[in-house]
Design a protein. Structure first.
Length: 236
């Protein structure tokens, strides 16, 4: 298995991360030795916050039902008694001008519904993650995108927004994704207004981590270079 603890340490140092990256894996069965999270949360992305604090656990489909939008992006059909909640939530969001109903079909979704979802801090993931979530200030997570480009990993140009959870299936389908997040996610995860997300497919993580050191060092050199040019050439 990949040394995910080493990768987390390497990326944290290179990028100056303040939050732990979160590994997410979609599986048919729970991995041996991983405990099921006990309790409820208002959204699937709430589990990102919990995993970032150092906890490793898995959740089943029903644990995500409190967020109809997140259930939709994860291809988790709500049970019949709760199925109307998706339409109710979408109607509420459209009524206040947050989105238009015609946007919904274009929201990325997982290709198949997972039976369990495993959440863990990257360095403690018990299995290979499908996606890894990085959050931080733009000037730091920018380096992650640059490292992906250097490593030859597909990087999608569009900056995704609401809902934040659609960035996971989008990354699985297309490559590294940047997301501004959304207001619900920021409330549920404590993401700062000066932070955003980069979502990396797990299969590309090692290559990106190897490129990150070079990119971080290059940016330090370029920072000095551009400061000198500004001092020498700027008249204002």
């Amino acid at each position: 298995m990949v040394d995910y603890r080493g990768l987390e340490e390497q990326l944290t140092e290179a990028l100056g991360l303040r939050r732990r990256p979160v590994a997410v894996a979609f599986r048919d069965t729970a991995p041996a030795g991983v405990i099921k999270f006990v309790g409820t949360e208002p959204s699937g992305c709430s589990f990102w916050r919990i995993a970032a604090t150092g906890r490793t656990f898995y959740k089943v489909a029903g644990d995500h039902y409190n967020c109809p939008i997140g259930s939709y992006t994860h291809n988790l059909a709500l049970p019949p008694d709760r199925a109307p909640e998706l339409e109710q939530t979408l109607s509420f969001m459209t009524s206040i001008g947050y989105l238009k109903m015609e946007e919904v079909p274009g929201i990325p979704r997982l290709a198949t519904p997972p039976a369990v979802v495993v959440y863990a801090p990257l360095g403690e993931t018990p299995i290979d993650p499908d996606v890894v979530l990085f959050s931080g200030q733009p000037g730091r997570v920018m380096l992650l995108q640059e490292a992906a480009t250097r490593a030859g990993v597909p990087v999608q140009a569009p900056l995704l927004g609401r809902p934040t959870c659609m960035s996971l299936p989008a990354a699985l389908a297309h490559g590294v994704i940047a997301s501004t997040g959304c207001v619900g996610n920021r409330v549920y995860t404590d993401l700062g207004e000066d932070e955003l997300y980069i979502i990396v497919p797990g299969r590309h993580l090692t290559a990106i981590a190897e490129a990150a050191r070079t990119i971080a060092a290059a940016n330090q050199t370029l920072s000095s270079y551009h400061r000198e040019r500004r001092q020498a050439l700027a008249t204002e």
